[in-house]
Design a binder for this molecule. Structure first.
Ligand code: SAM
Length: 194
């Protein structure tokens, strides 16, 4: 869905269904809204969490994919070697121990597929080694959602909110006075006071 010349995959590793559903849903929604094409999750399986994200895509448009993944390291190796597509991919791991995302973003090739790995409770050391770039958004522990949003924005030169979501059912029209939503499924232009 991204307007970039390279597709972006976000992968959340070590998901725990009992603890992380809300934050994980937010990771998926931020990925979609700010230009990623795909959201992969390893760890516990959670159909409901994916369904929430997929429902937003069906309503607001675009071609965002979500899937569970059993073997993230295997996937990353294949992604890097080009086995998953026609080109070799670049892997960025988001970690507070990494290098400044503002510096690294300039070095990342912009013409190849990109995977952004977001950690969970414990990140295996292999991830640090296998990543092409270990990247931080400041060196304080904070939110994976905030770190992802800032990285996606920097990779797109501050334009991550300018995405084109094809075939939406609903489209929000910014309006300071009323809540304006175009409903393409019923050809109704809803204009309601907030
Ligand atoms: N949710 C985890 C838990 O309950 O144990 C906390 C770990 S941390 C919030 C989860 C992920 O957020 C990290 O693996 C990393 O990907 C990301 N993260 C947190 N702070 C970061 C920072 N300063 N820079 C980059 N990524 C960061």
């Amino acid at each position: 869905m991204s307007e970039l010349s390279f597709p972006i995959t976000v992968m959340r590793i070590g998901y725990r269904v009992g603890r992380d559903p809300r934050i994980n849903t937010h990771l998926g929604l931020v990925s979609r809204a700010l230009g990623a094409d795909e959201f992969l999750v390893s760890g516990d399986k959670d159909h409901k969490m994916f369904e929430t994200i997929n429902q937003v895509t069906r309503t607001f448009g675009g071609k965002f994919q979500t899937s569970h993944i059993d073997e993230p390291i295997k996937w990353i190796k294949k992604f890097k070697s080009g086995e998953l597509g026609s080109e070799k991919g670049t892997v960025i791991h988001l970690t507070m121990y990494g290098e400044d995302h503002r510096k690294i973003s300039k070095k990342i090739p912009k013409n190849r597929p990109l995977a952004i790995i977001v950690g969970g409770a414990k990140v295996p050391s292999t991830i640090y080694r296998i990543a092409d770039y270990n990247v931080s958004v400041g060196n304080q522990p904070h939110s994976e959602v905030a770190a992802l949003a800032l990285l996606l924005d920097r990779l797109q030169d501050g334009n991550s909110v300018d995405q084109d979501f094809k075939n939406p059912k609903l489209k929000i029209v910014p309006d300071l006075k009323t809540k304006n939503v175009i409903d393409f499924s019923s050809n109704v232009f809803e204009n309601a006071e907030e």
